[in-house]
Design a binder for this molecule. Structure first.
Ligand code: HEC
Ligand code: HEC
Length: 253
């Protein structure tokens, strides 16, 4: 009986502690809602919206500690404040806070497809920027930021990378799994578009090798609103597997 009481107490304390931890300020709560909302609290014109939310490209948890199998183009938002500066050249250090640690750039570039030269990272509404920062802080308590680095390489370098990737023997079966983890968020199914266009058209390409080469280099260099994925995210072998998968679908038509 005494043992039962003891374990009961432990259980109670554990429960008490976790529930205390999960207390979230109204501001951070708003930040969380915005993070998952493709309309960003309705601040985005529905005609301009890309359909992406912050969560399409970023994790709000430590991906190394708690991997969920997704391969995202952006890094986790853990520790944003501690980074102190942004990878985006347009986000100067004096506007770091106002642009929610760089999120203001993404808000324009990715959620609204605004061309890079026209981007003003401080155009994100101030209250919303503050809410995002509060959410990042809330999620980051006791955690360290991952190492953050832009993944894209130049167009020329991406062509050389694609030459190399096309020589690797890919496995279509693995390719489907990598496709699902790294591409499906935006290119829902290979034969059906989503946020991004359809990868496999009903008519097979005239030159399949050329098509595969374009896909490989596009992934490495990035596109207009599609961010690049480097080797750190997707190895050459994984990308070769994706190409084998896409090419197997093209052949079956
Ligand atoms: C299409 C994908 C995509 C979307 C959507 C997106 N981001 Fe990003 N974001 C990136 C990439 C790529 C980077 C640069 C590399 C990195 O920091 O992960 C980045 C950078 C950042 C950074 C850090 C900047 C730095 O250099 O350290 C923050 C903070 C951020 N994004 C937050 C957000 C928030 C909040 C949203 C939603 C409003 C958002 N992002 C939407 C892809 C995206
Ligand atoms: C965050 C969303 C996102 C992710 C993830 C993503 N794409 Fe894209 N992709 C797009 C968008 C949007 C376009 C439309 C053109 C642009 O904005 O760059 C695009 C365009 C492309 C194109 C050029 C159009 C064409 O058909 O030739 C290729 C190739 C491509 N994506 C391949 C991939 C592959 C392969 C993956 C996975 C490894 C991937 N993408 C992951 C959003 C994404």
């Amino acid at each position: 009986m005494r043992q039962l009481l003891f374990w009961g107490l432990i259980l109670f304390l554990t429960f008490f502690e976790t529930s205390a931890k999960s207390e979230i300020s109204p501001q951070a709560k708003l930040g969380r809602e915005l993070f998952y909302d493709p309309s960003f609290g309705g601040t985005i014109d529905s005609n301009k919206a890309s359909g992406m939310s912050c969560a399409t490209c970023h994790a709000d948890f430590d991906e190394k500690e708690e991997p969920d199998g997704q391969i995202r183009t952006g890094h986790s938002i853990i520790g944003v404040r501690d980074r102190g500066k942004s990878q985006w050249a347009k986000v100067t250090s004096d506007m770091f806070e106002r642009a929610a640690g760089g999120a203001g750039f993404c808000y324009q570039r990715f959620l609204q497809r605004i061309p890079e030269r026209k981007i003003d990272p401080s155009a994100i509404p101030e209250a919303q920027a503050e809410a995002l920062m509060a959410y990042f802080d809330y999620m980051s308590v006791g955690k360290k930021s991952p190492e953050v680095k832009l993944q894209g390489i130049s167009k020329d370098a991406s062509k050389i990378a694609a030459d190399r990737i096309l020589k690797i023997n890919g496995k279509a079966k693995n390719g489907w799994k990598f496709y699902a983890r790294a591409c499906a968020n935006c290119h829902a199914k290979p034969k059906k578009g989503g946020i991004g266009p359809q990868m496999v058209k009903s008519r097979p390409p005239a030159n399949l090798q050329k098509r595969l080469h374009k896909i490989a280099s596009y992934v490495r260099a990035g596109g207009y609103t599609m961010p690049a994925m480097g080797k750190e995210k997707l190895s050459d072998q994984a990308l070769a597997d994706i190409l084998a998968f896409i090419s197997s679908l093209n052949k079956r038509q």
